[in-house]
Write a protein that binds this ligand. Structure first.
Ligand SMILES: [Zn+2]
Ligand SMILES: [Zn+2]
Length: 455
């Protein structure tokens, strides 16, 4: 059926439809698999409507050539409850760019236009390699506290949060694993290091978890972020409608009770669980404190099996080498180690990992997120070299980005998600080709996420 901008609500879910409009891709790219279709030409690249029903999100199996003029597309209609209200899946062009069927202005559904800076270099007539990488629309940051959600004092005080969606849109970041910090009330900074300083009261970290997850959910709603809860959601991710994977840094909120895992899956849409953080908890040992359990505990193994069964990504960041060895033996799904960097000789309490440690994670089919710590990598090009070294050890399929945004004590070379085009540029200049850069910046994580989901 043919759909027009005044009767978008008439098309039923799953229908084969035709729709004409003006394409808008991130960074002004001239070819894309993910882009928005607008009822009228945008005044300049990067102006997306505020109203989620004022644009249709297009996804296509193959890149479609875009232009400044209108085009007509055919595809499968989807009606969504979050993100952009309408989507056209498996889209194919019928009439090419420049075809001028849409002339009627004043289509009020579009709403006010929001001014956003386009990624640097977007004025170029031909897409640059960086634009092509961003236009893939699949970038995922696998460890982030964007918004400022890592700190217990701030959460308890109900402090304001920093913007998440706007920097993601500017940079072309499609999704982030947004992590609450499970043990935040029981650690503090001593001599530049984060250390646990007291044993939590019974029920304390469960109650804190409720507060922190609730805060993330409120933030996600306020920022109009879509929640990625299933493999189908991950396959549909797009920088045009940024999404989050709800994550936890530390499983301390379980307090040793396995039933609370399914509760967090249902109540908070938890889909990514890091087993341990800065406290030796019920699941196992950590890199920054002396071991107490010789690695992963039996409860930790039980949690991994439950994650595999329910559909939660298992993250072994902060865990000791012994923890990772047993986790790899127990899990039936790929593991993630979301934020670290490779070192020939990590210190006794370092968060860095050896090649042996990295290979165990990669051996599960997993992915290792590289940290943008300025003390390790003083510049983005230096970080790109660090990523290349890790890829040399474990293979490019097993490397990703874990920014730890708003969670780092020291400086970072990836200060916000709008740095994504700069990181893409640095990776390309290091010698990665475009497909491998797309994998590093999110494709690899998407593979692990999809393998981890229950359906
Ligand atoms: Zn961490
Ligand atoms: Zn963190």
């Amino acid at each position: 059926m043919r759909v027009t901008w005044t009767n978008l609500t008439m098309a039923p879910e799953g229908a084969e439809v035709e729709l004409a409009g003006y394409p808008m891709a991130a960074g002004g790219a001239r070819q894309a698999r993910h882009f928005l279709l607008l009822p009228e030409a945008s005044c300049c690249p990067g102006h997306a409507p505020r109203d989620p029903s004022g644009a249709v999100e297009i996804t296509a199996g193959q890149s479609i050539t875009l232009g400044n003029g209108a085009m007509r597309l055919r595809g499968t209609w989807r009606v969504c409850l979050d993100g952009w209200r309408y989507q056209l899946h498996d889209a194919q062009p019928i009439d090419p760019p420049g075809w001028r069927a849409v002339t009627r202005r004043g289509l009020l559904a579009a709403g006010p236009l929001m001014c956003l800076a386009a990624p640097e270099g977007s004025a170029a007539a031909e897409p640059t390699r960086v634009q092509a990488v961003i236009a893939a629309g699949s970038a995922v940051d696998i460890h982030s506290h964007a918004g400022g959600i890592a700190n217990a004092l701030r959460i308890r005080a109900g402090s304001g949060y920093s913007a998440i969606t706007a920097p993601m849109r500017r940079g072309g970041m499609a999704a982030i694993c947004l992590a609450m910090v499970s043990d935040s009330p029981t650690h503090h900074v001593v001599d530049g290091r984060i250390r646990p300083y007291r044993t939590p009261d019974a029920g304390e970290l469960y109650a804190y978890g409720t507060l922190a997850f609730g805060r993330i959910r409120a933030l996600v709603e306020n920022e109009s972020l879509r929640i990625i809860a299933r493999a189908a959601d991950m396959r549909a991710i797009s920088h045009a409608a940024p999404g989050v994977i709800i994550a936890a840094e530390g499983a301390d909120f379980l307090e040793g009770r396995i039933d609370r895992l399914a509760e967090a899956y249902d109540r908070w849409t938890l889909r990514h669980l890091q087993l341990t953080h800065y406290r030796v908890n019920e699941l196992g040992d950590i890199q920054t404190e002396p071991p107490e359990h010789r690695g992963l505990t039996d409860f930790g193994a039980e949690v991994i099996r439950a994650c595999n069964r329910i559909g939660i990504v298992v993250d072994v960041a902060h865990g000791t080498l012994d923890l990772v060895k047993r986790a790899a033996a127990v899990t039936t799904k790929p593991l993630v180690l979301s934020h670290t960097s490779l070192s020939n000789r990590p210190g006794p309490t370092s968060r860095q990992i050896t090649a042996e440690h990295a290979k165990i994670v990669a051996g599960t089919g997993g992915v290792i997120g590289v940290w943008p710590l300025a003390s390790v990598y003083p510049t983005l090009p230096a970080m790109a070299v660090g990523i290349a070294r890790l890829a040399d050890v474990v293979g490019v399929e097993h490397v990703g980005l874990g920014s730890d945004l708003r969670g780092l004590l020291g400086g970072t070379v990836f200060a916000d998600d709008d740095a994504l085009p700069d990181l893409a540029e640095a990776l390309l200049q290091t010698g990665f080709n475009e497909p491998d850069t797309v994998k590093i910046l999110g494709g690899n994580y998407a593979r692990v996420f999809n393998a981890s989901m229950a359906e």
